[in-house]
Design a protein around this ligand. Structure first.
Ligand SMILES: Cc1cc2nc3c(=O)[nH]c(=O)nc-3n(C[C@H](O)[C@H](O)[C@H](O)COP(=O)(O)O)c2cc1C
Ligand SMILES: Nc1ncnc2c1ncn2[C@@H]1O[C@H](COP(=O)(O)OP(=O)(O)OP(=O)(O)O)[C@@H](O)[C@H]1O
Length: 297
């Protein structure tokens, strides 16, 4: 997969099928568009995922995570377009002509029914249909994927995660919500006094569910998948300055510092608490660990 940042160097010397949107989360609705876009490979078109990126907090996927997922799915080009004033102020037809037609050689344009673009969000699926003959592409408008009678959207998933509803988030995403990164050193108290854990410190832009303890499943680089219990938060008993994602893994006893791991958060168990002593915390962690084992069975 080739990825292109911004509009400056943007030029694709192939005929393409392009899908447009914010694409935070790559949820089941997004997947439908991407599958369709990739399907045009049969007609000799390269697939392009064109994302409009807002610099916001509460992202479901970091850039790296999204890139890795799209790469795996066999997308040919990922264009990450920051939502700058020159993009926000572009007249919709200018976007279609200048970008879709001239820079991307779009022959197919695939969007969801509610997609809006260009100055004052004046561009929509209807306009894409109207101008398709003039600019030499075919527009395909995809019906929105729903769940429980509500349209799936990044907003819906953020709401689920903010309530710790990991099962709902998984159903909307089509995969369990996860945090990924390099295992860092903690204070090394865990191994000596409590339980050994892997520590991740995600970017503050990544949305985390409420602080607390979760049943999790961790993917290691070598393909192993291990059950575990994850604590998200500031560890108030020992008092930490950053919000970490810390996992006790079942059935493993090895040094994982420096490893790249992906921790899937499956089920909320309880909120994080401040304990009066490490002994009291250890006792609670023992219960958590037993409870998680039962859940994973
Ligand atoms: C399953 C689990 C539950 C935890 N629950 C809490 C908690 O409720 N309160 C808290 O202060 N720390 C909690 N922790 C974090 C511990 O305080 C942490 O493992 C310990 O301080 C070791 O940190 P270190 O890796 O930086 O040495 C939990 C950790 C795990 C793995
Ligand atoms: N549930 C869905 N089914 C089909 N297509 C969708 C669905 N949700 C979004 N799309 C389409 O996928 C593209 C990217 O969507 P986008 O990320 O911009 O919106 P969203 O997922 O609805 O998020 P938000 O809640 O931020 O609006 C757009 O073309 C959009 O219309």
């Amino acid at each position: 997969m080739e990825y292109i940042q911004g509009l400056e160097g943007l030029y694709i010397n192939d005929e393409t099928a392009v899908t447009l949107g914010k694409f935070d989360g790559l949820h089941r609705g997004h997947q439908k568009l991407i599958r369709r876009t990739r399907g045009f490979a049969r007609q000799g078109l390269k697939s392009v995922v064109f994302t409009l990126d807002f610099n916001r907090k509460g992202m479901l996927l970091t850039r790296e995570e999204r890139r890795a997922m799209l790469e795996k799915q066999g997308v040919d080009y990922l264009v990450e377009c920051p939502f700058l004033p020159e993009v926000a102020h572009m007249e919709p037809e200018e976007f279609i002509r200048g970008i879709l037609a001239e820079k991307l050689h779009a022959r197919e344009v695939i969007v969801g029914a509610d997609f809006h673009f260009g100055y004052e969000r004046k561009g929509d699926a209807h306009l894409l249909m109207e101008l398709q003959k003039i600019y030499g592409y075919e527009a395909e408008i995809i019906k929105k994927e729903t769940y429980n009678g509500r349209e799936i959207s990044s907003t819906y998933i953020r709401e689920a995660l903010e309530k710790g509803e990991m099962e709902l988030a998984k159903d909307l995403l089509g995969y369990p919500y996860f945090v990924s990164g390099e295992v860092l050193h903690g204070r090394h108290m865990g191994g000596r006094l409590l339980f050994p854990t892997t520590n991740l410190i995600p970017t503050t832009r990544k949305l985390l569910p409420p602080n607390g303890v979760y049943v999790s499943r961790t993917h290691l680089e070598d393909g192993r998948i291990l059950g575990g219990m994850t604590n998200i938060g500031y560890k108030p008993t020992v008092g930490e300055k950053f919000r970490g994602v810390e996992t006790y893994l079942y059935d493993v006893d090895e040094d994982l510092y420096g490893a790249d791991i992906r921790v899937e958060l499956l089920h909320f168990i309880r909120p994080e608490r401040k304990f009066e002593s490490l002994d009291a915390l250890r006792e609670q962690m023992e219960k958590d660990i037993a409870c998680g084992k039962e859940f994973l069975k």
